[in-house]
Write a protein that binds this ligand. Structure first.
Ligand code: PLP
Length: 445
C-alpha cells in the first residue's frame, strides 16, 4: 500500500486535483474493486459510491455483462476505423439505438470518446452548419455561468466556472456567459441571455448551450419553466440550442434525458458518461434532422472533423449492452423512485439538523447545501471548510461523495448508481445524518 502511495505521488498527475495535497497526504483511497453501489480500497474498506464515481457509473460496478460484451467484440473486431466510407456494425447499431431513445427529431449521431470532445464537436458542427447555410459570421456561443462543459479548448471556454480557464489563461474567442437561472430565476437569466444576444448582434450568434441541471456547478436545478423559455428565445432569434446531457443523460434524472422533464427538444444533444456507465470512454453528439439535412445537402467536400476513436467498435458494443441493461432493469424509473426517497430523507434531515439549507433532487442527482443560518441562507466562512469536513466524515463512515465549494458555497452532491435500492438509500441517509451531525457538533465547540 505504502509503495503504491509513493508511486502515485511520484508519477501520477491526478485530474482536477490538488497536487500539493497529493504530495503532502498521499492518495486518500486507492480503489481496488467495485461491486454494485460499492467500491473497496486496498485497505479492504468498503464505500458506498454515492457519486457513481464521476456521475457516470449508472448501472453500478462490476457488471459482468459489460465485460462480456467488450470481450466478445474485442475477439471479433476490437477496432476498425469509421473514417470516410468505412463503417462497422456496433457503431451503426448504437447510432440507431441512440436515435430511437433521443427525443423528437434528434436522429443522427457523431461519436467521440468523452464529454469534452462531444462539446468541442458540437461547437464545430454548429459553426460548420452556419457556414454551409451562408452565415459564417454566426460563430459565437452563449453559455451559462456555473455551467461545466469540459476541459478541451472550446468546451473549457464554454465552461462558466472561471478556475478552469484561468489556470492556463486559455480561452477560445467567441464564448459569452449569461446569468444562471439557479439563483437568478428564469426571468433574470432569460433577460441576461437576451441582452448578450442583442449586444453581440443576433446575426453573430451560432448557439446557446446549457446543462439541463448544472452538475459541477453544484447540482443546480433550474425552475420548471426555464428551458421552455430558452427554447422560445432561441427560436425567436434563430439560434441553435445545444443541450449538454453528459451528466443528465441515460436515466440520471429519472428520465432517459434530462430535458424530457420539460418536454423541450434541443437542436443538438451532447452525451458521454452514462452511455457506457464509464466502463469504457465514449460520448457523442446527436443532431436534429434539419441540421443533418443541411450537412447532407450542402456539404461538398470532407467533414474535416473526426477522432481516431469516433464510433470505436468495442466501446459501441459496451454502450449497446449498457443501454439494454438500463432499459431491461427499469433503471430510469428506479432513478425517479429512489431520487424521491433520497429527497424525503434530505427533508427530514433539514428538520433535525441546524446547518442543512436547501436540499434538492431530480432522479438520482441531488444536493444538500450546508449553511450557517437556513432561515437567511447565510453561508459559512470559507476557512471553516464545512463541506470538505462533511466529505471527510462521510469517507470515514464509508461513503464517497463530492463537495462544491466555489464562491463560498458548501454543497454536498449525490449521484449514486441507478441500481440503488431503498435499504441502501436508508443506509446512505443514516451515514449522511451522522456525518453532518458530527461536523455540526464540531462547529459548535
Ligand atoms: N459536460 C458536463 C455536463 C460534464 O459534467 C462533463 C464532465 O464532468 C463534461 C461535459 C466533460 O466530460 P469529460 O470529462 O468526459 O470530457
Amino acid at each position: 500500500m505504502k509503495q503504491l502511495i509513493d508511486l502515485d505521488k511520484k508519477h501520477f498527475i491526478h485530474p482536477t486535483s490538488s497536487i500539493k495535497q497529493q504530495q503532502e497526504q498521499g492518495a486518500k483511497s486507492i480503489i481496488k474493486e467495485g461491486d454494485g453501489i460499492y467500491l473497496k480500497d486496498f485497505n479492504g474498506k468498503t464505500f458506498i459510491d454515492a457519486m457513481s464515481s464521476l456521475w457516470n457509473v449508472n448501472i453500478g460496478h462490476g457488471r459482468k455483462e459489460l465485460a462480456e460484451a467488450a470481450k466478445q467484440q474485442m475477439e471479433t473486431l476490437a477496432f476498425s476505423s469509421a473514417f470516410s466510407t468505412f463503417s462497422h456494425e456496433p457503431a451503426i447499431q448504437l447510432a440507431e439505438k441512440i436515435a430511437a431513445i433521443s427525443p423528437g427529431n434528434l436522429n443522427a449521431v457523431f461519436f467521440t470518446s468523452g464529454g469534452s470532445e462531444s462539446n468541442d464537436s458540437a461547437f464545430k458542427l454548429v459553426r460548420h452548419f452556419w457556414k454551409l447555410k451562408g452565415e459564417p459570421q454566426r460563430n459565437k456561443i452563449i453559455a451559462l455561468k456555473k455551467g461545466y462543459h469540459g476541459v478541451a479548448s472550446a468546451s473549457t471556454s464554454a465552461t462558466g466556472i472561471p478556475e478552469f480557464w484561468e489556470m492556463a489563461d486559455l480561452t477560445v474567442p467567441g464564448f459569452i456567459h449569461a446569468e444562471s437561472p439557479y439563483e437568478q430565476g428564469t426571468e433574470k437569466s432569460i433577460r441576461s441571455i437576451r441582452e448578450k444576444i442583442e449586444s453581440e448582434g443576433r446575426e453573430n450568434i451560432a448557439a446557446f448551450i446549457a446543462e439541463p441541471v448544472q452538475g459541477a456547478g453544484g447540482v443546480l436545478i433550474p425552475p420548471d419553466d426555464y428551458f421552455k423559455e430558452v427554447r422560445q428565445l432561441c427560436d425567436e432569434y434563430g439560434i441553435l440550442f445545444i443541450a449538454d446531457e453528459v451528466i443528465t443523460g441515460f436515466g440520471r434524472t429519472g428520465k432517459m434525458f434530462g430535458l424530457e422533464h420539460c418536454g423541450v427538444v434541443p437542436d443538438m444533444m451532447t452525451f458521454a458518461k452514462g452511455v457506457t456507465s464509464g466502463y469504457i470512454p465514449f460520448g457523442g453528439v446527436v443532431v436534429s434532422d434539419p441540421i443533418h439535412n443541411v450537412l447532407k445537402e450542402k456539404s461538398t467536400g470532407t467533414l474535416f472533423h473526426g477522432f481516431t476513436y469516433s464510433g470505436h467498435p468495442t466501446a459501441a458494443a459496451v454502450a449497446l449492452k449498457n443501454i439494454e441493461i438500463i432499459e431491461q432493469e427499469g433503471l430510469v424509473a428506479n432513478s425517479q423512485a429512489m431520487g424521491d426517497e433520497l429527497l424525503k430523507g434530505f427533508k427530514q434531515m433539514k428538520q433535525q439538523l441546524d446547518i442543512v439549507g436547501d436540499v434538492r433532487t431530480t432522479g438520482l442527482l441531488g444536493a444538500m447545501e450546508l449553511v450557517e443560518d437556513p432561515e437567511t441562507n447565510k453561508r459559512f466562512s470559507a476557512d471553516l471548510k464545512v463541506a470538505p469536513e462533511v466529505i471527510e466524515a462521510l469517507h470515514e463512515r464509508g461513503v464517497i461523495c463530492r463537495a462544491v465549494t466555489y464562491e463560498g458555497t458548501d454543497i454536498i452532491c449525490f449521484a449514486p448508481p441507478l441500481i440503488i435500492n431503498k435499504t441502501q438509500i436508508q443506509t446512505l441517509l443514516e451515514k449522511l445524518h451522522d456525518a453532518v451531525l458530527a461536523v455540526q457538533k464540531q462547529l459548535g465547540d
